[in-house]
Design a protein around this ligand. Sequence first.
Ligand SMILES: [Zn+2]
Length: 439
Amino acid sequence: MSEPIDLLIHPRWTVTVEPAGAALEDHAVAVRDGRIVAVVPMDEARIRFQPGKIVELPQHVLIPGLVNLHAHAAMNLMRGIADDLPLMRWLQEAIWPTESRHVSASFVRDGTLLAAAEMLRGGITTCNDMYFYPGAAAEAFAEAGMRAVVGIVVLDFPTPWASDADDYLRKGLHARDRFANHPLLSFSVAPHAPYTVSDAAFERVRALADELETGIHIHVHETEAEIRESLTTHGVRPLARLARLGVLGESTIGVHAVHLSDMDVELLDRHGCSVAHCPTSNMKLGSGIAPLTRLLEAGVRVGLGTDGAASNNRVDLFQEMRHAALLAKVSTLDAAAVPAHRALAMATIEGARALGLDALIGSITPGKQADLCAVDLGGLLTQPCFDPVSHLVYSAGREHVTHVWVNGEPRVNKGVPLLHIHDKELLRIASLWHTKLAN
Ligand SMILES: [Zn+2]
């Protein structure tokens, strides 16, 4: 007797990511109650399953939903507001003044909705976010039906969201309580950066992360100026200071990690930290090239992030995969550095591991949630195709994404988004904020 399931997806190729390197041909993925129940040859699936729905994808590759390991989703409202400036001038002259005038719960909710819509149609099903008003961000991710780890941001100076470190934490915890037990959402503690958070605040962050067993999400070693300032103010490099304060650990995600001495790499490795590599943001802000191959050789876990739309300006992990692979090759003069399969693993399973979500997502494995993405490789721009993973990283783009599922629920179908909120309404929201921010 055949087994009833909700959905059977039959792509040309299934790239499970784990085991590494496998591109299964003519297999099918069976989904029941939002979970993957089997990945088997189609001939076997026909006999074994009685699907409620079959999705035939004859020229597509099916991959796990992509994991964006670092984002400021609400910054979609500031895409292109200030370009061609280095980090500190970009922050001090453009971003912080705009934020101090305009950031509010509705700003964050609207901007996050726009980013979630952009991410989902580009195959990103999970976002590790950091921004003000985390409760408003959580509302938007929930409305979009996207998986997210929402960072409870902490800074040592007042913003429209909170007055001091304690206030940031108190308000963030309140947001976390509102979404306790939400099937797609969880929270982390997100001290913004070593140069915006004091030792005392870091101690509270560490105590809270220990107590709640959450991750810590922080920008580190993004620019040389950050390191010089830390040496002047604290007498040590930022990572050494964070290690001294007990902030480095297996659930710590250090974002950027561009300027690293051998000692810094050793610290990240010894403490089991993960790195969110954001190659496009690092290039655009002229911050530098993160030593990806050195990190990987040392055994440090590395996932990929887009950073916010104001410093990228695409919230697009296909772009990050390509940039990560190409920058690794050109910076080491080694074409073998970071092959395509490695780049795809960073954008999926490694990001999931960094978030502690690898039992749920990150690979097409029976028992995991059905967060999936199908990419059409049948068109002129991607034919012929000898290796679908090569195309995913070096040729295809998010415009080739046709289907996206989160927990087995469709979010994009044949290239058309299936969100609760229509594109027309999203464009109206973007236009409204354009007018406000331009004045
Ligand atoms: Zn960032």
